[in-house]
Design a protein around this ligand. Structure first.
Ligand code: MG
Length: 317
């Protein structure tokens, strides 16, 4: 969406949830926005909050961009006195395909300079995948790290089998071993996080602000995979995670350059411990002008600020 003030200052937000990422649909978001009309004041935005975290989030992002522009115009000298966030580049995790295909792919990505990898597991027999994991680890130079993502595919027994095997291996974390819908999943995940040394990461269990608050309330000791585009008021939720000194991996919800710019701005402003970004997803679109930043092992603020949401908007409308 494009938000424009009476003075012509514009900001952009993206509300485009994909199936499986949360409980919303892009059609619902569109219907809500069409019903809200062309003029959105803070009261309307708050009403939309209960209907859609993605729509509310997009409005917040667009507003925050507008405020940034207005502040820049009104106090141009201020920029020099503010401490800029660290400009050191962030590592980006490379995605590896499931199964044996990961072995060839990891060699290609290593050559490109990637050192953090995420491998999708839970798609084949456990014993076969455990052998493949060791084959993969054997290819990694020292200092490289492997994350596993089960996307909720395991049951309790399989999860324990994997975690026993991971215990003495350099696995950065195991993401979402159990489906959040499984009966007793939250308690079981909390128990596993205490029982095994490999950190567990929540992804599908964190589809919105309520989930973040619930897991913070439970004192989750593992990693939070945070997709800023799905959090509603992302700034507020990320501030809460920071206050709790949570371990966070920022991740893509497969946005266009509009949502990518907003989500990555949050990620790059994080002052807690840096974990490789889960944004190694582009190119995604047939027309490359809709993509987020170039797929590379490192990402800097300049790469994000170079994205032009207005160009994406103009190309789409
Ligand atoms: Mg995941």
């Amino acid at each position: 969406m494009q938000l424009q003030t009476g003075e012509g200052v514009r900001g952009y937000g993206e509300a485009a949830p994909l199936p499986g990422f949360n409980r919303e649909t892009a059609e619902d978001c569109l219907a809500l926005l069409q019903a809200a009309g062309r003029e959105i004041d803070p009261g309307t935005a708050n009403e939309l909050r209960s209907g859609s975290e993605c729509v509310y989030g997009a409005i917040q992002e667009a507003w925050s961009e507008v405020r940034l522009q207005v502040d820049k115009k009104s106090t141009p000298a201020d920029g020099a006195t503010k401490t800029p966030p660290s400009s050191a580049p962030w590592q980006v995790a490379a995605l590896l395909p499931a199964g044996k295909a990961a072995l060839a792919e990891v060699d290609v990505r290593l050559e490109l300079g990637f050192r953090v990898f995420k491998w999708k597991v839970g798609v084949a027999d456990v014993a076969d995948e455990l052998v493949l994991m060791d084959d993969l680890l054997a290819r990694l130079p020292s200092g490289a790290r492997l994350r596993l993502d089960a996307n909720g595919a395991w049951d309790r027994r399989k999860t324990e089998r994997w975690l026993e095997r991971c215990a003495d291996r350099p696995i950065e974390h195991v993401e979402q071993p159990l489906a959040p819908e499984m009966r007793g999943a939250d308690d079981f995940l909390s128990g596993l996080a205490q029982d095994y040394p490999t950190p567990l990461a929540l992804d599908e269990s964190l589809v919105g602000a309520d989930d973040v608050l619930r897991w913070l309330g439970r004192g989750w000791p593992g990693v939070y995979v945070v997709k800023p585009s799905l959090l509603g008021d992302a700034a507020e939720m990320i501030a809460r995670l920071a206050a709790a000194r949570a371990r966070v991996v920022f991740s893509s919800a497969l946005e266009t350059g509009v949502g990518a710019r907003n989500a990555l701005r949050h990620a790059l402003a994080w002052t807690g411990e840096r974990r490789a970004l889960g944004f190694g997803v582009w190119p995604l679109f047939a027309d490359s002008q809709f993509d987020g930043p170039f797929h590379a092992p490192f990402l800097k603020t300049a790469d994000v600020e170079r994205l032009n949401p207005e160009a994406v908007w103009n190309a789409l409308t």
